[in-house]
Design a protein around this ligand. Structure first.
Ligand code: DGY
Length: 324
């Protein structure tokens, strides 16, 4: 019998990242890449020393409380960890780590992609062309909104928001406003001349593009609801690369359908992979399937970062990225 720690990867990773875990641990891979259900995850709590989940796994208190628990570390593949009951893990003495930094630029790139696609009506144009409905160039065809000198309002001002702000400010000359739980240090604000706005409602009223970068979970659930959407300009665009639960999707679909805001670009959804049916027929929303960190190099770097945390933990060293 192997004396190496037993590790479960709940989804398929890139070959390079899987190889690093396999080299050191007694690993079970998920070859067919199907999501694991609660019963399988509960059994894993009994049978593995470490479980490496992703955003598609709900690691609840009842799963962590499984009798005969063996698991000591939840090495999350991803920076967001709202799918893990971290308080329960802490209570049970189970450590949790995540993968910050390595996906910052990739996710900020995607926020800019959504911003451009939504403001320049790229999805709508592509659908028109592929549908054989393009009748040729004309001065008033699919006119969008330019980003130059517009105001970008960011909700949350962590690493990904700051990287998004840099791209928007230095690339497009956008003015940067932000709201977050804590005001950041003056030198961080100075990088993009970012102005702190204490009230979310004020930020919404003053922004041409609003981009969400706060964590998911109960504190931010439906932070953007029908009332808040009414605070936005009718010409404004909402971008969400954070977590779907931050936005009331039904309220957003109504606001878009009624032209109360101009457009939205979404990468995340309340009940992934299900998308609210009222969003699907709308021309003024760009819908991507949670691609924020989806480049080959970033997904490999995320796996390597999980590996670093596992190696540190089983070597008796401090976790590189401790959540609890
Ligand atoms: C993240 O890292 O949080 C991504 O959204 C995938 O979980």
């Amino acid at each position: 019998m192997s004396t190496r720690p037993r590790v479960l990867l709940t989804r398929r990773w890139t070959e390079e990242a899987q190889q690093r875990i396999v080299a050191r641990f007694d690993v079970t891979l998920n070859e067919n890449d199907k999501p694991m259900d609660a019963a399988v995850l509960a059994a894993a709590v009994r049978n593995y020393d470490a479980i490496c989940p992703t955003v598609t796994d709900s690691i609840t208190a009842s799963i962590l409380e499984t009798a005969g628990r063996r698991v000591k570390l939840i090495g999350n593949f991803g920076v967001g960890y709202n799918h893990i009951d971290v308080a329960a893990a802490q209570r049970l003495g189970i450590r949790v780590s995540n993968t910050p930094d390595v996906l910052t630029d990739t996710t900020a790139d995607l926020a800019i992609l959504l911003m451009l696609m939504a403001t320049r009506r790229a999805g709508e144009g592509e659908r028109e062309l592929r549908g054989g409905k393009w009748t040729g160039w004309r001065p008033t065809h699919l006119m969008g909104l330019g980003l130059q000198d517009r105001t970008l309002g960011l909700i949350g001002y962590g690493r990904i928001a700051q990287a998004t702000a840099r791209r928007a400010h230095q690339g497009f000359g956008m003015r940067i406003l932000y709201n977050s739980r804590r005001r950041v240090a003056p030198e961080i604000e100075a990088q993009c001349n970012a102005a702190y706005v204490e009230a979310v409602d004020q930020l919404l009223a003053d922004s041409d593009v609003v981009s969400l970068h706060c964590p998911g979970g109960s504190e931010t659930h439906h932070l953007i609801d029908a009332q808040r959407l009414r605070r936005m300009k009718s010409t404004a665009v909402l971008v969400n690369t954070a977590r779907g639960t931050v936005v009331d999707e039904a309220a957003l679909a109504s606001a878009l359908a009624e032209g109360r805001i101009a457009a939205a670009g979404l990468d995340v959804y309340e009940k992934e992979p299900v998308v609210h049916p009222d969003l699907l027929p709308l021309e003024n929303v760009v819908l991507l399937p949670h691609l924020g960190s989806a480049t080959r190099e970033t997904r490999t770097a995320m796996g390597m970062r999980v590996a670093e945390n596992l190696e540190a933990f089983f070597d008796g060293k401090p976790l590189r990225d401790p959540v609890v």
